[in-house]
Design a protein around this ligand. Structure first.
Ligand SMILES: O=C(O)c1ccc(O)c(O)c1
Ligand SMILES: [Mg+2]
Length: 634
């Protein structure tokens, strides 16, 4: 598949955009007029620059309001097209995108429009270029892909074809099935964009909220499948208008974009698997496969990296963990309880590739601790690793002595290290022996039964990228986003789940730009939620061992009585143990939070059928964390 990206997707100068697209591995780009107009580089130089970078210039765009016109206005359109044709020859681009007309003066006469497209085609042909006519979803008269395509067919000119743009098709709820039947010779260009479903006028939706395939709610695999069935074999290009992308690092966005196309290709290939060998359609897009990898079946470990081993291990001990052992060659310990393995490594400083901890704003006695790694059990670690790398992820360099187990790991876009390992028949992963753990470590006092979820913080400009990473590289699926109010702003949260829900990763988008309060310059804390079948006993033991709980205000308990009609004795016990309570249609939920250590805190949850994540309680937590932070800073 020939992959392309529109320059409008990327931040920076035209030169930076070309560079980023090339180094991410795209085959070509679409040049936006505006990017060219503001550039001091001549069209000829741009052509050479793209050539040197190995990029084809697949499309020039947009040619606006150039058709569906009154006679005098059409004369000017022909003049503009002549000029544009000359420019495109300097650029070395042979396809021009012609948008459907959005002016109130647009003429609604299909026969006339087809005739104008034909005449434009004549001018295009003189310049050796082609016109790809695209129905904008808000076009005055032409706003559906089938209408535009019909006009193209009626125009009946070899230099006039259709440009399909998934956003315009799917935002209007059109069925893309007819694409499969379109003449591939008449499909000149294809643009892809995903978007979250929104109740918004389609123009604003398109101009601000498009995202890469896999990052929104559109079924692009279905659309791509129909496209492949048609026999189309031209470029497949990303065209994303997005406010965050315009501010994000250009190289990251480019890598994210190519990841989305590789994922889409792979998914489409799977969808078409039964049809690929029937020989019915030849010369169609060649779809590249990714190494096959199944979603994680279970947690292998979580890793905490800390500058304060004492604070971190004491917290684990208070929650009932036992020291499993020390690594034979590294300053790393493993702490165990039930099936949960917490690896604790000591670092002199935050070692995230993107250090996000503001050293001036450290709480909890200046200790730094972060969730630095997540280990998963997968069927084939080498394949999972290869797949993630092919999707543009960077491998984690890991020191390893002869005889030690190979850990396959990549960085998630937020810098979290993701490791792929295998479970063992006896329940003990092989790597544990490097810590001197050789037999089943189940202890008598183990009250923790697993990892319920791990909550990871995302920066606003990388949120969509992370969703795509966890979808494409780990095979997780996302739930609809929720918003939780806190003193510094709204926290957006979206849970990424494995098919059987064993792995649950709520991604949180923290209000890091907040002026108010403690989150300024500091990452929103992440947390590990442990599952238990007896959270009260975990809490009692933690109290005895001196755990600092997050304080819960009396108003919360009074409100619980109002909401759930709990009896006084139950509420007394909740209050005494700093427990929170929630209930849904499936059952109830008891949980508590520890105070934050550096960038991380722990939660212990007891689900009695309950399927949520305590969204009602999250604002209580945010407010309590905020107050604590203020008191440390004050
Ligand atoms: O928003 C627009 O105007 C616009 C321009 C060109 C496109 O290809 C498109 O999909 C939208
Ligand atoms: Mg478009």
């Amino acid at each position: 598949m020939h992959t392309s990206i529109a320059t409008v997707c990327l931040s920076g100068t035209l030169e930076e955009k070309l560079q980023a697209a090339a180094s991410a591995g795209f085959d070509g780009v679409e040049i936006f007029t505006q990017d060219l107009v503001v550039s001091p580089t001549s069209p000829d130089q741009i052509r050479r620059r793209a050539q040197d970078a190995g990029l084809s210039l697949d499309l020039y765009q947009p040619f606006r309001n150039g058709v569906e016109l009154e006679a005098h206005a059409f004369q000017d359109s022909l003049r503009r097209l002549n000029r544009t044709g000359e420019l495109m020859n300097q650029l070395g681009t042979d396809t021009l995108l012609v948008c459907s007309n959005v002016a109130s003066s647009a003429v609604a006469d299909d026969a006339l429009v087809a005739e104008q497209l034909h005449q434009l085609g004549e001018v295009a042909q003189e310049h050796g270029i082609r016109l790809a006519y695209e129905a904008l979803a808000w076009g005055t008269h032409v706003n559906t892909h089938d209408h535009a395509h019909q006009l193209v067919m009626d125009a009946d000119h070899p230099a006039v074809g259709t440009c399909l743009d998934s956003f315009h098709i799917l935002s209007r709820g059109s069925d893309p099935a007819d694409i499969a039947e379109m003449d591939p010779q008449k499909l000149f260009f294809v643009q892809l964009a995903d978007a979250p479903l929104m109740h918004l006028d389609v123009l604003s939706w398109s101009r601000h909220h498009r995202v890469f395939p896999g990052e929104g709610d559109f079924d692009l695999v279905n659309l791509m499948s129909h496209l492949v069935r048609s026999g189309y074999s031209g470029p497949v290009s990303l065209e994303i208008f997005n406010d965050s992308f315009r501010q994000a690092d250009v190289h990251r966005t480019a890598v994210d974009g190519l990841r989305s196309l590789r994922w889409l290709e792979d998914q489409t290939r799977r969808t078409l698997a039964g049809e690929m060998h029937d020989g019915a359609v030849r010369d169609r897009v060649e779809l590249q496969a990714l190494p096959e990898a199944s979603a994680p079946s279970d947690w292998d470990f979580v890793e905490l990296r800390t500058t304060s081993l004492g604070h971190t291990t004491r917290l684990l001990h208070r929650l009932g963990f036992r020291l499993g052992g020390h690594h034979r060659s590294k300053d790393v310990q493993v702490w165990l309880q039930g099936p949960v393995r917490v690896v604790v490594s000591e670092a002199g400083h935050s070692t995230r590739r993107e250090p996000h901890v503001d050293p001036r704003a450290r709480s909890e006695h200046q200790a730094v601790a972060e969730v630095s790694g997540l280990g998963f059990h997968v069927e084939d670690p080498a394949a999972a690793f290869a797949r993630a790398v092919e999707l543009g992820s960077t491998p984690v360099p890991r020191e390893q002595l002869p005889g030690e187990v190979t850990l396959h790991g990549v960085y998630a876009p937020d810098g979290t290290e993701i490791f792929f390992g295998t479970g063992c028949a006896d329940g003990l992963p092989e790597w544990l022996s490097e810590f001197g753990v050789e037999e089943d470590p189940l202890g008598a006092g183990d009250l923790i039964t697993g990892i319920d979820h791990v909550n990871v913080a995302q920066k606003w400009q990388h949120y969509d990228e992370d969703v795509l990473f966890y979808t494409s590289a780990l095979g997780l699926t996302s739930t609809p986003a929720q918003e939780v109010p806190g003193p510094s702003g709204l926290v957006r949260s979206q849970v990424m789940c494995s098919p059987d829900q064993t792995i649950q990763l709520p991604l949180n988008l923290a209000p890091t730009a907040a002026e108010q309060g403690s989150f300024v310059g500091v990452a929103y804390p992440e947390h590990i939620a442990l599952a238990s079948t007896d959270v009260r006993e975990v809490a009692r033991r933690a109290h005895r061992r001196g755990l600092k709980f997050l304080g819960i205000p009396e108003n919360y308990y009074q409100d619980l009585i109002t909401r759930f009609d709990l009896d006084a004795q139950t509420v007394d016990e909740l209050r005494e143990l700093n427990l929170l309570y929630d209930r849904d249609d499936h059952g109830d939920f008891l949980h508590f939070y520890t105070r934050t250590l550096g960038d991380v805190f722990m939660e212990v949850v007891e689900r009695r059928g309950y399927t949520g994540f305590g969204a009602e309680d999250a604002p209580v937590r945010l407010a309590a964390q905020y107050r604590l932070q203020q008191s440390h800073q004050g």
